[in-house]
Design a protein around this ligand. Structure first.
Ligand code: IMP
Ligand code: MG
Length: 181
């Protein structure tokens, strides 16, 4: 893969639409946990743009932490293992943990991750995803507490999401239409 190759990308969600919706989610989370503190867990790397924008819109005492994982056999095995490449810095025992994800696709990685977190005895464990592709779900029982946008089964880039590590810095979410040499 030549990482310099250019693609035609069509805008699907503008920065204004994204930030407006993220502000709404921030307000919902503020209401839900009023009087308490929250522990945001950003799943690297795709969620970094969403996490920073969301964190600014939550008016509560907060810790922000980061986790990086990869899955073995993600598409073929449902009982696989999560490989933790970078773990959280602190214990989440007794915390209101909010897992912040860029996109829920098959749900494989995330279901394993939520199981891992639940074993660490947080006070509450909620899931917040900027994008959801319900048509792609292969894992049952994933409950997304806060969803930004439900989107069709098309590959998206931008606002943290990559195609072969590119396009994370686009300020909008777009579809890759076709490839140009
Ligand atoms: P899954 O839910 O375990 O299948 O994997 C979700 C992960 O796949 C996300 O965290 C993204 O890194 C990646 N992913 C899924 N769909 C897309 C997409 O449309 N664009 C970019 N990355 C995607
Ligand atoms: Mg990701």
């Amino acid at each position: 893969m030549d990482y310099r190759r250019k693609h035609k990308i069509s805008v699907y969600l503008t920065e204004e639409q994204l930030n407006k919706r993220i502000a709404e989610i921030g307000a919902e989370i503020t209401e839900r946990f009023r009087g308490e503190s929250v522990y945001l867990v950003c799943i690297l790397k795709g969620s970094i743009f969403f996490t920073t924008e969301l964190a600014k819109r939550i008016e509560l005492p907060m810790t922000i932490d980061f986790m990086s994982v990869s899955s073995y056999g993600a598409s073929t095995h449902s009982g696989g293992v999560v490989n933790v490449k970078k773990d959280l810095e602190h214990s989440i025992e007794g915390e209101n943990v909010i897992v912040v994800e860029d996109i829920i696709d098959s749900g494989n990685t995330l279901s394993r991750l939520m199981t891992l977190f639940s074993h660490r005895n947080p006070k509450t464990l909620t899931l917040c995803a900027l994008l959801d592709k319900p048509a792609r779900r292969t894992v049952e029982g994933i409950h997304v507490d806060f969803t930004g946008f439900r989107i069709p089964d098309k590959f998206v880039v931008g606002y943290g999401l990559d195609y072969d590590q590119r396009y994370r810095n686009l300020p909008y979410i777009g579809f890759i239409e076709d490839e140009e040499e």
